[in-house]
Design a protein around this ligand. Structure first.
Ligand SMILES: Nc1nc2c(ncn2[C@@H]2O[C@H](COP(=O)(O)OP(=O)(O)OP(=O)(O)O)[C@@H](O)[C@H]2O)c(=O)[nH]1
Length: 384
C-alpha cells in the first residue's frame, strides 16, 4: 500500500527549505525561551503588559513571520529580513530584562549564528548591529538596567533551548548536505550516461557516413563516393602534373550467370570480383562498384601503361580461376576499358566517356579483353 503524505506535511514541503528550517527553529527553541521568560517573569513579578508582549513575541511572532516569508514573492530574501528583525527584538528583550546572562547568551548566539550561516561574516555583523540597535532602543525607552543573575531552572532551560536550536540547525544542514550529495551523484551518473550516448551517437554517425559511401553487397565504395572524390583527385594530379587512370570493368554475360546459376550465385560472383579488385589496391586507389555488374577503379598517379597491365592482370586472374559457388563450378570473364588523364580527357566526364567507349569496344570485339581509350589529341601536356 502506498504511503499517503499528510496534506499539511506535503504543503510544508513546498515551502523553501530556509523558511521551513527557521520556522522549526523558532517554534521549538523560542517555545523553550518563552518558558525561560515565564520562569524569569515569575521571579521578577512582571506586569500583565509584559506577559502580553512575551506571548506576542515568542508565540505569535514565529507564526506570523512564517506566513509572511512563505507567501512572499521572494521567500529567502524575506526570511533573511525577518532574521534581522529577530536580532533587533532580542536586543530589545535583553535590554528590557537587564541582560540575564544565559538567556542573553542564548539569544545573541542563535541570532548571530543563523544570519552568519546564510550570509557569512556580513550576516554576523548584521546580527550584532541589529542586536546592539535593539539594546540601545531598549535603553532609550526604559533606561539602563543590568541584572545578569538567573535562577538555576531558568539557566538550565536557557542552555537547553540553545542546545535544541543548535541541534535543529545541525540536523537541517545535515539533511541538506545529504540531499546535495545525492543530487551531485545523480548528476554525475547522468553525465556519464550522456557521455556514453554521445560516444554511441558519434560512432553511429561515422558508421552512417561510411555506409552512405559504401555498396551494401560488395563493401566497395559506391558511385556517390567516386563522384565526390574524382574532382578532388583530378585537381591534385593536375597540380602535380601527374597522370590519373580509370579502369572500367564489366563482367561478361553476367545475365547468363544469373539465369543459369541463380541471382544469389550472381551476387557471390560480384563479391568475389570485388575482393579480387581490392586485394592489391594502393591506399590512394578508389575501387568502386559503379552499378550492376560494372566496377570502376580510379588510380591517381598511375600512368596508362601500368593501368593497362593491372587491368590485364585482373582479366587473366578471373579467366583462369574456377569459382565453386554452392557446389557448382563456374568460370567467368571480364572486359575493361582504360582511360588516363590527361591523354584521354581533362575532366571526369570526358575520362569516364573515354573509358566507357573503350569498354564498349572490348565488348564489341569479342569480350574478355582490355581496351585502351582512343587518344584525345587536344590534350598532350603530360606524358602518360
Ligand atoms: N545477381 C545480381 N545481378 C545483377 C545485379 N545488378 C545487376 N544484375 C544483373 O546483371 C545483368 C546485366 O546484364 P546485361 O546488362 O544484359 O549485361 P551482360 O549479361 O553482362 O552482358 P554483357 O555486359 O554484354 O557481356 C542483368 O541481368 C541484371 O539483372 C546484382 O546486384 N546482383
Amino acid at each position: 500500500m502506498a504511503l499517503q503524505t499528510h496534506p499539511a506535511v506535503a504543503s510544508m514541503r513546498e515551502v523553501h527549505w530556509v523558511v521551513r528550517m527557521n520556522y522549526r527553529g523558532r517554534t521549538v527553541s523560542w517555545g523553550m525561551i518563552f518558558a525561560v521568560c515565564v520562569l524569569l517573569g515569575q521571579e521578577r513579578a512582571w506586569s500583565w503588559g509584559h506577559w502580553v508582549a512575551l506571548v506576542l513575541q515568542f508565540v505569535a511572532y514565529p507564526q506570523l513571520s512564517y506566513l509572511l516569508a512563505r507567501h512572499s514573492a521572494e521567500p529567502v530574501r524575506s526570511e533573511l529580513r525577518i532574521l534581522t528583525l529577530d536580532s533587533f527584538c532580542f536586543g530589545l528583550w535583553m535590554s528590557w530584562m537587564g541582560a540575564p546572562l544565559w538567556l542573553a547568551y542564548a539569544l545573541c548566539a542563535c541570532g548571530a549564528m543563523t544570519l552568519a550561516a546564510f550570509r557569512g561574516m556580513g550576516g554576523l555583523y548584521q546580527a550584532v548591529l541589529a542586536q546592539a540597535s535593539g539594546a540601545l532602543c531598549g535603553v532609550l525607552l526604559w533606561g539602563f538596567e543590568f541584572r545578569p543573575d538567573m535562577g538555576p531552572a531558568s539557566t538550565a532551560l536557557s542552555m537547553a533551548s540553545l542546545t535544541t536550536y543548535l541541534w535543529i540547525f545541525a540536523h537541517a544542514v545535515n539533511v541538506r548536505t545529504h540531499r546535495l550529495n545525492r543530487i551531485r551523484w545523480q548528476l554525475k551518473d547522468s553525465e556519464r550516461a550522456l557521455q556514453q550516448q554521445l560516444l554511441e551517437i558519434s560512432a553511429l554517425q561515422s558508421q552512417l557516413r561510411e555506409q552512405a559511401n559504401r555498396d551494401a553487397l560488395t563493401g566497395l565504395f559506391n558511385r556517390r563516393f567516386l563522384d565526390a572524390t574524382m574532382d578532388r583527385e583530378l585537381a591534385r594530379c593536375q597540380r602535380m602534373a601527374e597522370p590519373l587512370s580509370l579502369i572500367l570493368i564489366d563482367i561478361d554475360h553476367f545475365k547468363n550467370i544469373n539465369d543459369t546459376f541463380g541471382h544469389a550465385a550472381g551476387d557471390e560472383v560480384l563479391r568475389r570480383l570485388a575482393f579480387l579488385l581490392s586485394t592489391d589496391a594502393r591506399s590512394s586507389d578508389v575501387v568502386c562498384r559503379h552499378g550492376g555488374e560494372e566496377f570502376l577503379l580510379m588510380l591517381p598517379h598511375m600512368p596508362l601503361a601500368v593501368a593497362m597491365a593491372r587491368a590485364e592482370r585482373y582479366r587473366s586472374m578471373l579467366e583462369s580461376s574456377v569459382m565453386l559457388i554452392e557446389g557448382k563450378r563456374m568460370r567467368c570473364t571480364l572486359s575493361a576499358g582504360v582511360a588516363c588523364y590527361p591523354v584521354h580527357g581533362k575532366g571526369p566526364s570526358e575520362l569516364m566517356a573515354a573509358a566507357d567507349s573503350a569498354l564498349y569496344r572490348a565488348k564489341r570485339t569479342g569480350r574478355n579483353r582490355i581496351e585502351r581509350a582512343a587518344e584525345d589529341l587536344s590534350t598532350k601536356s603530360v606524358p602518360a
